[in-house]
Design a binder for this molecule. Sequence first.
Ligand SMILES: Cc1cc2nc3c(=O)[nH]c(=O)nc-3n(C[C@H](O)[C@H](O)[C@H](O)COP(=O)(O)OP(=O)(O)OC[C@H]3O[C@@H](n4cnc5c(N)ncnc54)[C@H](O)[C@@H]3O)c2cc1C
Length: 577
Amino acid sequence: MHVITEAPNAFDFIVVGGGTAGCAVAGRLAESEHVSVLVIEAGISNPGDVDAITTPARAFELRGSKHDWAYKTGMIDRPEYTRIEKPNTRGKVLGGSSCLNYYTWIPGSKATFDDWEEYGGAEWNWERCKEYFYKPATYFDDPKVYSPELKYIGAGGPIKVSHSNLLPETKEFRDSLENAWVEKGGEITYDVHNGTMRGLWKSTNSIYNGKRSSSWAYLEGKSNVAVMAGTHAAKLIIQNNKAIGVEVIGPNGQPQQLRARYEVVVSLGVYESPKLLMLSGIGPKETLSQHGIETIVDSAHVGQNLLDHPIMPHVVRLQDGIGLDHHLLRAGPEKDAATSAYLWKNKGPYTSGLLELVGLPRIDDRLMQYPEYVAAKEANGGKDPFGPGGQPHFEIDFVPMFSDAFQWHFPTPPQGDYLTIIVDLLRPQSRNGVVTLRSTDPLEQADISLNFFSNPLDLIALREGVRFVYDLLGGMGDLVKEEYPWPMPLTSDEAMTRQILERSQTGFHPCGTTRMSKDIGQGVVDGTLKVHGIENLRVIDASVIPVIPDCRIQNSVYMLAEKGADMIKAAHPELYK
Ligand SMILES: Cc1cc2nc3c(=O)[nH]c(=O)nc-3n(C[C@H](O)[C@H](O)[C@H](O)COP(=O)(O)OP(=O)(O)OC[C@H]3O[C@@H](n4cnc5c(N)ncnc54)[C@H](O)[C@@H]3O)c2cc1C
C-alpha cells in the first residue's frame, strides 16, 4: 500500500473507511494487480508505529486516546432511568477497531448464523459462511500445547491468531477458577470454532508472538492500494441512482471529489456507515426532510436495529500476588521487570491480551424461577428467547487485573491484586437501538442510542448471570477477597437491578444499523450487501449484521468482509479472471 494526500483521476474501487472490514475488503480486491483500490480513512495510516496499539497488554490505554472516536452514547432510556455516556470506543486509525479491540477470536454458534438466513437469504447461514470464518486467519501454536487439529481455525490468512499466552504469574488464579468451574459441573474447552461453544474456554486471540494482529495486515505488500489517511468521508456522489464516487474532507480541511469506475464500498462501521448513507440521501424520508436533505432512496431501516451486548462488570480483590496489577498497573520492581522482559525478549505480561479464560454458560434453571421469563419462553413457541438453538446465555470474561476500560467511574485501586469479571448478555431481547443525524455536518457525530434494557427481561437475565458468577467465585476459596468498590446486593432483586442500571456498559459489539435483508421493507442492503435502490454501492462492516453473534464479533466482521469481497469479485469477472 502507499499513502497519498491528493488522489489521481479515478480508482476501480473506493473503500470508504479503512477499518476492520474495510482493509480486509480492499486487500482482497487488490489481489488482482491490475485493479486499483483507494481506501479513505479518517485516522492515521501507520498503526504499526504506535506502541500502545501493537503491545497486547496496553489495549485498555487506548480508550479516550486520539485513536478513539469516543462517541457520546445513550446507554439506557427507561421511564425511571436514563444514562448517556462518553467515550464509547471505536478505532480511528487504519485498521479501525481491530487496532483497539481486546483480541478474542471466536466465531459464534451455528444456530445464530442460521438465523441470518431469514434476512440475507440462502447465502447467509453457518454452512455457507463457515469457510469465511477461517479464511482471515493463520493459527499458530509454536509451543505445541494444543491439538494439531486446531489448525482448522485458519491457515494462510493475514490475521495471526494463537491461544492465550498462559502467563506463569496467573497460573494459581487459572487453576483455581478451572477447579471451581469443573466442580460446578462445567467443562473446559480449547475449541469453540466449529459452531458449538460451551464451557470454560482457554481463549484464542488476534495476537501472535507478543504483537497485536489487525486488519491493516491485508494491505501489506499491495502496491495497487492507495490510502488517504486523515481524510473524512462527507457524502457519496450519486448520479441517476448509481454511486460514482465520494466527496471527502482532506487533512487540509479542503473538500475533494474521488471517482470509482466500478463500485463504492462503505465500511465506516456501525455508527458512521448509516450516517454517510443519510447524508447522501439514503435513509428514512422523514429524518432526511427534517435536515433538508433531498431523499434519493426512502430507506426506513437506515440507522435502525442497532444491537449490542449489554455487560455488567464487577470486581473482587484477589489474594496478593495472584493478579497482574503489580506487573502492569503500578510503578515498582514487577512493572520494571515486565517492561524490560517485553522490550528485550518480547516476553512476559505485556505479551498478554489479559483474557486467558472465558466462560460460556447457560443458566436455564435460574431463569425458569421467573414468571416473566416463563411467559416469554411460551410466547416464543416454547423456545428459550436467550438461546433458542442451545446457544450459551453469557460470555463471562475473567481478567485478573483491575480493568478501567469496563468501569471508568471507579478509581483504579492504589494497592492489591484484582479480578475484573465481565458478564456479557449474548442475545438481548432489547432490540431498538438507533443511530440518527444530529445535523448535516459530516464532522459532527451521529446521535447514538443503544437503548439497553428497553425489554426488562434483559435485567432479569443479567442479574442471574451475576449471581451465577458469585456462586462460582465461592468455589475459589481464600483466593477471592472482598468486593470493590462495594458488595453486590445479591439478596435483593431491586438493589441488584439498580446496580445494573448504574454500572452496566457496552460490550463494544454494536451492529445492525444497515442490516442485510430480502427487501427494503426489512433492511438496507440485500444478500450481496448492495444497498437497496442504488447501483454500484455496498456496505460491508458490522452494520450489515442482522442478528447479533452470540460472542464477540470481530471474527464475524472479517467473515463478512471476506465473503463480501468474493461477491464483488464474482460481479466483475472481467477484473478477476
Ligand atoms: C474497545 C473494543 C474492544 C473489542 N473487543 C473485541 C474482542 O475482544 N473480540 C472481538 O471479536 N471483537 C471485539 N470488538 C469488536 C470488533 O473489534 C468490532 O466489532 C469490529 O472491529 C468492527 O469492525 P468494522 O469494520 O465494522 O468497524 P471499524 O473497525 O470500527 O472500522 C470503521 C473505520 O472507518 C473509519 N471511519 C469512520 N468514519 C469515517 C469517516 N467519516 N471518514 C473516514 N473514515 C471513517 C474509522 O476510523 C475506522 O477505521 C471490540 C471493539 C472495541 C471498540
